[in-house]
Design a protein around this ligand. Structure first.
Ligand code: C2E
Ligand code: MG
Ligand code: MG
Length: 711
């Protein structure tokens, strides 16, 4: 072994010769080497592509020290050039001073690489940077080349080139010695600036067997050529994932030799260990849930997001009621098991983006980063309480666990993580005070609002079947003729305890829980049937307007549903108008256009409701097939001759006329408003001045009365 190390110390300059089916390494220790196919050369390469004396390598400094360098010369020292010349790093040259990493082509398939070897030890994890001033480490055997077919140096030449020094009389050939560093498990890959692989050590071939096939598409080589900033000798360090393994890749851009050399270290284990440590630092070992630290981090992130998007989010604090009792009576292992099962159950109630964390002991926290409204959070809290009600089975025990929840909503209950958590915690205490097994919002008004909302929601489910819903109709008057043009159907809910509830209150609720679909269908059916009944009663036919809300509009079967109702009620489509708002359109412009066109094809009319309260009203008016424009009552309310609203209303009327739409002003309460609108040439009006919304039977009287007056 000592001999081996001694020998290594002598090896400084290495020439690696690559020819088809063969590779050989020559340690340059003499002053002159001649290379060619003639057997008289010191390095003989049997190939017809080479000249007899193709090239000569000459030591430049005779003193044998580390500062020596070698020149390569085309042909021999007498000035006879080779037939095809030599190419160093792709350039033809007569003479060249060899530099570490140089690539010399003697023919298209015979290539030599020149390296300066620091052979003191295999310090492969050490400083490998060329800028470090140390000679680079050399790895010099290519795996996969069949050495048995390698060309033969003659005995004599072996001696001269010291591939194997018979004088030293040891069995190692220097090719192997020089490649001692190669025994390092770390892959080394070299490519030239054209992207061809010029060098691979054995570790590289073993680690990256797909390199041959994938070439520059292999993750380890990907993007290396593109990183031009590094070409002026810079070092690039990056992490690369190759299948399941992770590598740290130190990439040296060797500008002189136009090579890109990578020293690659497998850091998979280190990364895994780091990941495990990281995981352990942020997770609770018993439940495997995020711990307090991770929760706080995510809470801060969620608050920042909610702030940016002007959205709401919620934090829930959850405390097991009487958990201490379970621990004390059944032991800690049962307690632990309960906590695990409890965590699992809670988890099933949450959505993908929500976070459930173990805060500590029997306390958990939940982060809901996106909530549409507080009612949604209340529903989740209710669901959690329900879920927990089922008994937990631990061993032979069936255990019932209860918990209390405190909810704080951003931004109203706190604008930073500390405030939000403190208030959620305060809310838990209030829930416990109130008798446990319940949820409580931090702000108590919210709790009562929510509970009223939820109660109403529950009751709204039964409103249709219990026949608590009914329609009122508000007539519309044509100003020029004094004729009733149509009626608008407006829903009412007669609540058994709360009395009459405004649609402004329960329509949003029905939209939220999807009840709007059956309710909307009921409204349409009733309005069409009652309109048909009016016609059958002999009254002049009127158009009935039915309001459609955004959610109804998105309902896939809307057009079919409308068609079917018309068929069932036998109402001619021309006597039905559907009212939609701009907001409905904006929510999905393409769907809206498609639906409106199909509704129009049914022969019914479409009206734009609450015109002026949305955003891009003008643009939409042109794009969609409307028949009627209803000016929102907010513009009519303060209508006086010189008010700003007058200008707006007058512009809306002009616009409607320009687009050939019938314009109706809503919310007309006084004679003055009606007169002014007539002056502004508004076509029709609707409002308390003419009539409040009327129950069906009152409408019949109203219409009959007008009929008589007209006669
Ligand atoms: P809208 O479609 O703009 O209906 C006009 C609202 O203005 C009605 O309120 C009506 O009673 C009220 N109104 C009419 N004339 C006057 C007036 O002179 N002065 C004042 N201050 N108000 C007047 P209502 O019935 O409470 O309905 C409110 C909203 O609820 C409606 O606004 C409509 O968007 C929605 N809605 C009503 N019924 C239905 C329905 O069957 N389905 C759907 N999806 N929404 C409905
Ligand atoms: Mg309306
Ligand atoms: Mg309106």
């Amino acid at each position: 072994m000592l001999a081996l190390v001694d020998n290594l110390k002598k090896v400084n300059h290495i020439l690696v010769i690559d020819a088809p089916n063969f590779r050989q390494t020559v340690s340059l220790e003499d002053s002159i080497y001649s290379i060619g196919r003639n057997t008289g050369n010191s390095i003989v390469i049997f190939s017809q592509k080479l000249s007899r004396k193709h090239a000569t390598i000459v030591r430049k400094n005779e003193a044998i020290d580390n500062n020596d360098s070698f020149l390569i010369i085309d042909g021999d020292l007498e000035g006879n050039k080779s037939k095809n010349g030599i190419f160093v790093n792709g350039r033809k040259c007569d003479e060249h001073e060899l530099k570490h990493g140089d690539l010399i082509n003697l023919s298209d398939d015979i290539r030599m690489s020149y390296y300066i070897v620091n052979n003191t030890s295999d310090n492969s994890q050490g400083d490998a940077s060329p800028s470090s001033g140390k000679a680079e480490r050399l790895i010099n055997r290519q795996v996969g080349i069949d050495k048995s077919t390698s060309y033969n140096f003659s005995r004599e030449q072996f001696k001269q080139t010291q591939i194997i020094s018979s004088e030293d009389n040891h069995r190692y050939d220097l090719a192997k010695l020089a490649s001692l560093v190669e025994l390092s498990p770390n892959p080394i890959i070299e490519i030239n600036w054209e992207g061809n692989i010029t060098y691979l050590n054995s570790a590289a071939s073993l680690k990256f067997p797909k390199l041959d096939r994938l070439k520059l598409d292999h993750p380890i080589l990907k993007d290396l050529l593109e990183k031009n900033d590094h070409r002026n000798g810079n070092l690039l360090i990056r992490e690369v994932k190759v299948e399941e393994e992770i590598f740290e890749q130190h990439v040296h851009y060797l500008s002189e030799s136009q090579l890109i050399r990578s020293y690659i270290f497998d850091i998979t284990e280190r990364k895994r260990a780091e990941e495990i440590l990281q995981y352990q630092a942020f997770h609770d070992t018993l439940t495997d849930l995020p711990n307090r630290a991770l929760f706080q981090e995510q809470l801060a992130l969620a608050i920042a997001n909610a702030h940016r998007n002007q959205a709401q989010m919620a934090a829930i604090f959850l405390d097991l009621d009487n958990f201490k009792k379970i621990n004390d009576t059944l032991g800690h292992s049962t307690g632990d098991r309960i906590l695990q099962l409890f965590a699992k159950r809670l988890h099933t109630c949450l959505r993908g983006g929500d976070t459930l964390a173990r805060w500590g002991g029997d306390e958990f926290t939940i982060l809901l980063p996106h909530i549409k409204c507080v009612e949604e959070t209340a529903k989740l809290a209710q669901k959690l309480l329900e879920e927990i009600k089922q008994p937990f089975e631990v061993g032979e025990h069936q255990l019932y666990v209860k918990c209390s929840l405190g909810i704080a909503v951003y931004p109203q209950d706190g604008e930073d993580p500390e405030a939000l958590l403190k208030n959620a915690d305060a809310a838990v205490y209030r829930a416990k005070e109130k008798g446990r097994d319940r949820y409580q919002f931090y702000s108590s008004t919210m709790t009562s609002q929510v509970s009223e909302w939820l109660r109403l929601e529950h009751q709204l489910h039964q409103a249709i079947s219990k026949e608590q819903l009914f329609l009122c109709y508000q007539p519309q008057l044509e100003l020029a003729t004094g004729q009733i043009l149509g009626i608008e159907a407006l829903i009412r809910w007669h609540h058994p305890e709360l009395g009459l509830i405004s649609p402004a209150k329960f329509i949003p609720l029905a939209e939220d829980n999807g009840l709007i679909v059956p309710i909307g269908e009921w409204v349409l059916k009733t309005a069409c049937a009652q309109n048909k009944a009016l016609q059958k009663a002999g009254l002049p036919p009127l158009k009935v307007s039915v309001n459609l809300s955004a959610r109804q509009f998105q309902y896939a079967n809307l057009v079919e549903m409308v068609a079917q109702v018309l068929q069932e009620t036998e109402l001619d489509p021309q006597w039905l108008e559907l009212e939609i708002t701009e907001t409905t359109l904006v929510q999905n412009v393409n769907l809206a256009r498609w639906t409106l066109e199909r509704l129009q094809q049914l022969g019914i009319r479409i009206s734009m409701d609450d015109f002026g309260t949305g955003y891009s009203s003008l643009g939409y008016l042109k794009q969609f097939p409307f028949h009627t424009l209803k000016i929102d009552q907010s513009f009519v309310r303060d209508l006086t001759e010189d008010s700003r609203d007058t200008a707006i209303v007058s512009a809306a009327i002009a616009l409607g006329r320009g687009l050939n739409l019938r314009v109706i002003a809503e919310g007309v309460e006084t004679q003055q408003q009606a007169d002014l609108l007539r002056t502004l040439q508004c076509e029709a009006i609707q409002g308390y001045w003419l009539s409040k919304p009327l129950k069906a039977e009152d409408l019949i009287n109203f219409l009959a009365c007008r009929e008589k007056m007209a006669v």
